[in-house]
Design a protein around this ligand. Structure first.
Ligand SMILES: Cc1cc2nc3c(=O)[nH]c(=O)nc-3n(C[C@H](O)[C@H](O)[C@H](O)COP(=O)(O)OP(=O)(O)OC[C@H]3O[C@@H](n4cnc5c(N)ncnc54)[C@H](O)[C@@H]3O)c2cc1C
Length: 373
């Protein structure tokens, strides 16, 4: 689109998570007027770490925001997979380094969203705006929020996460799918990690039906300690005790058991893990989905947040390249959906058949069942 057309574009982004914040940055760099509507009255993230891949870092460099990210993250060279007791299974450099000339950076989720929001102009994000209804009028949409406010936009970007109101209203009424697993996440001091953090590399320990991740955040003197365990309880925020956690790490390296024993349960985020089935169509003529709203995936590949950032970049590229908003949205979907369909598929292969059978004898959760072609 011509710079003058892009300048006249009013864009509403729903959700100020990673996808929404990144879309707001990328689209405002095109010259468009962007408003972000976020339901929460205060932005908060789970206490846990993630790895920002080289392709994601490359986007940040191109958007001129790399310093905001590197200031609060540590570069990492490789990741390692080990048995429950620390026997080597695999050790590999993070992929993509050669193609993008960037390293993977390990970051606390809270620092990450803060850094992304800090590079948006003052006043762009409207907190306390929970989208309730969207009317897609073809070339313009009307938004209605729970606080009584309304807004109109030439382009609406639904970045409202796994339970997306935008997706449900316009593209798919399918509910999120329970994966049959729980994630228990905490950030602890390196001093409480019993000597398990010696460098800046991610280590995953695999036992039967349990994976333990140690993701160093050494710039904070901390480490993100995450347990993912098969569990039949699909309650979104399950009540879990220290004894439940200790059962999941039985037979693991004694130091992992000791870390678990030392956890402050008030600081442990416990949630059942869900994803969604692939959504056939992500856009209309002027409304589009990004991030988890479009393709929420399980975390076994560590790609959900990274994908949200790449979506934002691809959407901005498509708008700059296409002749109209409608054409751009089709281009964007064509570029991103094959990639995220595949990530959604392989992210569901986190466990062996036997492990799933142990926990779900004769009745596997939907996301663990083979899908029809
Ligand atoms: C256990 C676990 C571990 C993970 N580990 C990794 C990892 O290592 N690497 C990685 O890349 N990804 C990881 N992910 C995935 C990652 O967290 C998500 O993919 C990412 O948060 C998606 O970002 P998003 O902006 O699309 O959605 P969200 O982060 O869900 O943000 C959506 C935003 O929209 C707002 N919102 C929702 N509804 C409305 C509404 N109606 N009106 C206004 N605002 C609304 C929400 O409040 C929120 O702020 C993990 C996920 C889990 C569960």
């Amino acid at each position: 689109m011509q710079p003058s057309d892009l300048k006249n574009l009013n864009i509403a982004v729903i959700g100020a998570g990673y996808g929404g914040a990144a879309a707001a940055k990328a689209l405002s760099l095109l010259g468009a007027t962007v408003d972000v509507y976020e339901q929460a009255s205060r932005i908060r993230e789970v206490g846990a770490g993630i790895g920002l891949r080289p392709s994601t870092m490359d986007r940040f460099r191109r958007w001129g925001v790399i310093d905001a990210i590197t200031k609060v993250s540590s570069p990492s060279d490789y990741f390692e997979i080990l048995t429950a007791t620390g026997g080597p299974i695999m050790r590999e450099p993070w992929p993509e380094i050669e193609s993008f000339g960037e390293r993977t950076h390990l970051i606390h989720r809270g620092d990450f969203i803060e850094a992304l929001l800090s590079v948006l102009p003052e006043g762009m994000v409207h907190l306390g705006h929970k989208l309730e209804r969207i009317e897609d009028g073809g070339e313009r949409s009307v938004l209605a929020f729970a606080n009584g406010a309304t807004a109109e936009a030439d382009l609406v970007v639904g970045a409202d996460g796994i339970k997306s109101v935008v997706r449900k209203a316009l593209f798919s009424d399918q509910e999120p799918v329970f994966s049959g697993e729980h994630a228990y996440r905490a950030v602890i001091d390196v001093d409480d990690a019993h000597g398990m953090v010696a460098d800046d590399n991610l280590r995953m320990y695999i036992g039967r039906g349990t994976k333990v991740y140690l993701l160093p955040l050494r710039h904070r003197g901390q480490v993100s300690f995450d347990i993912t365990a098969l569990c039949p309880d699909g309650t979104w925020a399950p009540c879990v005790t220290k004894d439940d956690l200790l059962k999941t790490v039985e037979g693991f390296d004694e130091r992992i058991v000791d870390i678990t024993r030392g956890l402050d349960m008030d600081a442990v985020n416990c949630r059942a893990v869900y994803d969604i089935d692939p959504v056939e169509v992500w856009h209309s003529g002027s409304v589009v989905l990004v991030g988890d709203a479009a393709h929420s995936m399980l975390h076994h590949q560590g790609q959900g947040a990274n994908s949200a950032i790449l979506d934002a970049g691809a959407l901005a590229d498509a708008l700059a390249e296409a002749g109209s908003v409608k054409e751009a949205l089709a281009l964007y979907q064509a570029a991103r959906k094959p990639v995220t369909d595949e990530l959604q598929r392989i992210s569901r292969q986190g466990w062996t058949e036997d492990e799933v059978d142990d926990v779900f004898p004769g009745q596997k959760p939907a996301s663990q069942q083979p899908k029809e072609a």
